[in-house]
Design a protein around this ligand. Structure first.
Ligand SMILES: [Zn+2]
Length: 597
C-alpha cells in the first residue's frame, strides 16, 4: 500500500519559466507541510529522474506533482532531464499525479493510468509559463492568480476532497480570478493567460483528469473548508483596494450565509462579510473594498467562522505591498549619433509610455520598489536599468540605444509551394523577401507531412552550414548567414493512369405535376380559447401518391398564422387556438402548398 502521508514534488528552476513554476510549487510545499503531510521537495538540481525514483522507492508516496517542460510523451525536470516518459511511467502506478507541463495529457497521462496510476491531472495544450522576469504588474498578478488556483487544488488534495472536486474547484477559482480582474481592471494579460491555461470553453478541453476521480484522502475532519483571500498584490496608499474571500467545503456543503472575516497583521478584524454561492461548491463574499493608510508590507488573512459541522479555518497569510507614487523621467538617444529617438517604448513598474520628438519620457510608478526599466525601439538593442524608488520623489533615467544589424531574408520554396515563414511571430508565405534584425525570431512552417523531415533538414543545413540538428526554432545571431534559396525536400510525383469506363443512364428532369390539398377541422363551432385541430393531406392528382416533407401554410381570414409539415403519408396537422370574440363570428381557414421549385 502507498503511504497516504507522503508526497513527492519536483521543482526545476534552470530558466525563467521553470523558475516561476518552482515559486508556485514552493507554496504548495508549504501548504502540504502545514497540513501535516511529509513532502520530499526535489527542487533545482534534485528535480531529475534518478532522485524521483529514489524518493518514490524510499517513501512510497500517494501523490506526485511537479512543474516542468513537457510534450505529449515526456515530463521533464532540471535541464530537461526526462523524469517520466510514455511507456516508462510505471513508478506512478498506485499513485495520484498532477503534472504542470505542456501537453502530457495527450499521451503520457493516459499511459500513467494504463500502467496502474490511480489518477492523473495535466494539460492537453501548450501550457503558458510566464517567461518575462520583469516587474510587470500584469505578470505579477498572473503569478499570484495562477499560484492560487494551482495551490488551491493541491491544498484540497491534502484534505478530504475527491480528485475531481479539487480539479473542478481549481477551475472555478480560476473563473473567480478572471471575474475579479474584469471587475478591478488592470489584469488584461492575467485574464488572457488564465483563460488559456484553465478556461478555454468546455470543462475539460485544456486540463484533463484521468483515472479514479472519486478518490479522496481519508482524514478525520471531512468538512474542513479551504479559505482563499483574493486580492491585488500591489496596492496604493489611501486608495480603495478591491478584495474577495472564497471558501469551499470539500463536501460541497451549502455555505451561503456563513460569516468570513478579513484579519489584519495584528489580528484585528478589518471586515466581516457573508458568503454566497459563486459556482460549483465555491462560495465567496462578492467584492468589497478596504484601504491602507501607510506604506509597507502587510500580511492579511481571511477567516471562516465555523459551525457545528465546519471548524473555524484561516487562509494562508497574503501579503499586500502598499505603495505611493513617484516619477521616473529621462531621454532615449541613439548611442552612436546622440540624436534623440522618438517613439521608443519605455516600460517598468507595470507602466509603459513612448518618447516624444525630443526623446523624452515620463512615467508615474508605485513606490517604494525596485524595478527594471527597459527602453526599446524596433531596429535597436533594448536597454534595461534597475532603479530603487521611494514615494513622492522624481528620478532621471536616460537610455542610449545601439542600432542592430539589418539582414535580408529571401526564401523561395521550389518545388514546395506555400511554405510559411514567420518573422517575429508574423506569418508570411513564400516567395518571401524581407528585412529582419539580428536576434529576431525566424521560423519556417512545413506545408505537408511527406516533405516535413527533409525540409527540416534542408532548412537547418542552410542556416547553420552543415548542421543536421532537428531544431525547428532558430534564434538568430549576427554570425549567421542569411542569404540563400530554400529548395525544400523531394517532391511527390505520380505515374500516368486511366480509370475504367462506367455506364450510367441519365433521365430528363421531371415536370411538376398537379397536386391536391385538403383541409379538415375537427369541429364546426368553437369557443374562444378552445384548441382547434386542422388536418389535411397533400397528394398527386393523377394517382393519389403522397408528397412527404412539404411545407403547408395555414391562413385565417387570409392572414398567414403558421405552417405545418407533411409526413411520409402526405398528412399534416396544425393546432390553433380559437380567437377571442365578443359575439358569434365566422372565421375562414385555408391551407396552401407553394409547389416544388
Ligand atoms: Zn461541509
Amino acid at each position: 500500500m502507498v503511504n497516504e502521508k507522503e508526497i513527492v514534488i519536483t521543482r526545476p528552476d534552470f530558466e525563467t519559466a521553470t523558475w516561476y513554476g518552482s515559486q508556485w510549487l514552493k507554496k504548495a510545499v508549504d501548504d502540504f507541510t502545514r497540513l501535516g503531510l511529509h513532502v520530499t521537495d526535489l527542487a533545482g538540481d534534485l528535480a531529475v529522474k534518478s532522485e524521483v525514483e529514489k524518493a518514490i522507492d524510499t517513501y512510497n508516496p500517494v501523490y506526485f506533482t511537479g512543474v516542468g517542460h513537457g510534450n505529449a510523451d515526456v515530463f521533464t525536470g532540471q535541464n530537461y532531464n526526462k523524469i517520466f516518459v510514455t511507456c516508462d511511467c510505471q513508478k506512478l502506478a498506485g499513485r495520484d499525479s498532477y503534472l504542470l507541463s505542456c501537453m502530457t495529457a495527450q499521451r503520457l497521462g493516459g499511459d500513467i493510468i494504463n500502467k496502474g496510476g490511480l489518477s492523473y491531472q495535466g494539460y492537453w495544450i501548450s501550457y503558458t509559463f510566464v517567461v518575462e522576469r520583469v516587474e510587470d504588474e500584469d505578470i505579477d498578478n498572473y503569478d499570484k492568480a495562477f499560484c492560487d488556483t494551482v495551490c488551491f487544488s493541491q491544498f484540497l488534495y491534502g484534505r478530504t476532497a475527491t480528485v475531481a472536486d479539487a480539479f473542478y474547484l481549481r477551475k472555478e477559482l480560476a473563473r473567480l480570478w478572471v471575474k475579479f480582474w474584469e471587475k478591478v481592471g488592470g489584469g488584461s494579460a492575467v485574464i488572457k493567460w488564465i483563460t488559456h491555461d484553465e478556461l478555454t470553453e468546455g470543462e475539460d478541453k485544456d486540463s484533463k483528469l484521468y483515472g479514479d476521480t472519486t478518490r479522496r484522502r481519508t482524514e478525520e475532519i471531512w468538512h474542513r473548508p479551504a479559505v482563499m483571500l483574493i486580492r491585488k498584490p500591489r496596492v496604493k496608499v489611501n486608495a480603495p483596494v478591491t478584495v474577495a474571500i472564497a471558501v469551499a467545503c470539500p463536501q460541497k456543503c451549502d455555505l451561503s450565509g456563513k460569516t468570513v472575516q478579513l484579519i489584519d497583521h495584528e489580528g484585528n478584524v478589518v471586515a466581516e462579510k457573508t458568503l454566497k454561492l459563486f459556482q460549483n461548491g465555491l462560495y465567496w463574499t462578492d467584492f468589497f473594498t478596504i484601504t491602507f493608510s501607510n506604506y509597507g508590507k502587510f500580511a492579511y488573512k481571511a477567516k471562516f467562522i465555523g459551525d457545528e459541522t465546519h471548524p473555524t479555518e484561516e487562509s494562508l497569510p497574503q501579503v499586500f505591498l502598499v505603495q505611493g507614487e513617484c516619477t521616473v523621467k529621462g531621454t532615449v538617444t541613439d548611442a552612436e549619433t546622440k540624436e534623440p529617438i522618438q517613439g521608443a517604448t519605455v516600460r517598468g513598474g507595470g507602466k509603459s509610455t513612448t518618447t516624444d520628438e525630443n526623446g523624452n519620457y515620463e512615467l508615474k510608478v508605485l513606490a517604494p520598489a525596485t524595478y527594471t526599466f527597459t527602453a526599446s525601439k524596433t531596429g535597436y538593442w533594448s536597454q534595461s536599468k534597475r532603479l530603487t524608488v521611494e514615494p513622492d520623489k522624481t528620478y532621471t533615467l536616460d537610455f542610449e540605444l545601439k542600432k542592430k544589424k539589418v539582414y535580408t531574408l529571401k526564401v523561395t520554396s521550389t518545388p514546395i509551394t506555400g511554405l510559411k515563414i514567420s518573422v517575429n511571430w508574423k506569418e508570411y508565405t513564400t516567395p518571401y523577401e524581407g528585412q529582419f534584425y539580428e536576434r529576431d525570431w525566424v521560423r519556417l512552417y512545413f506545408p505537408s507531412p511527406q516533405t516535413k523531415d527533409s525540409a527540416v533538414y534542408t532548412f537547418v543545413k542552410w542556416l547553420e552550414d552543415g548542421s543536421t540538428s532537428q531544431k525547428k526554432y532558430v534564434y538568430m545571431t549576427k554570425d549567421m548567414t542569411w542569404t540563400g534559396v530554400f529548395t525544400g525536400g523531394p517532391e511527390r510525383k505520380g505515374q500516368p493512369s486511366e480509370s475504367p469506363v462506367v455506364t450510367v443512364t441519365i433521365h430528363p428532369k421531371p415536370e411538376a405535376e398537379p397536386t391536391e390539398l385538403t383541409l379538415t377541422l375537427d369541429k364546426t363551432e368553437y369557443t374562444s380559447g378552445e384548441k382547434m385541430t386542422l388536418t389535411g393531406t397533400l397528394t398527386f392528382k393523377s394517382d393519389g401518391a403522397p408528397l412527404p416533407n412539404r411545407t403547408i401554410e395555414i391562413y385565417e381570414n387570409n392572414n398567414k398564422i403558421g405552417t405545418a409539415k407533411t409526413d411520409e403519408t402526405g398528412k399534416y396537422k396544425y393546432v390553433h387556438t380559437a380567437p377571442e370574440v365578443k359575439e358569434d363570428t365566422e372565421y375562414n381557414y385555408q391551407a396552401k402548398f407553394a409547389g416544388d421549385a
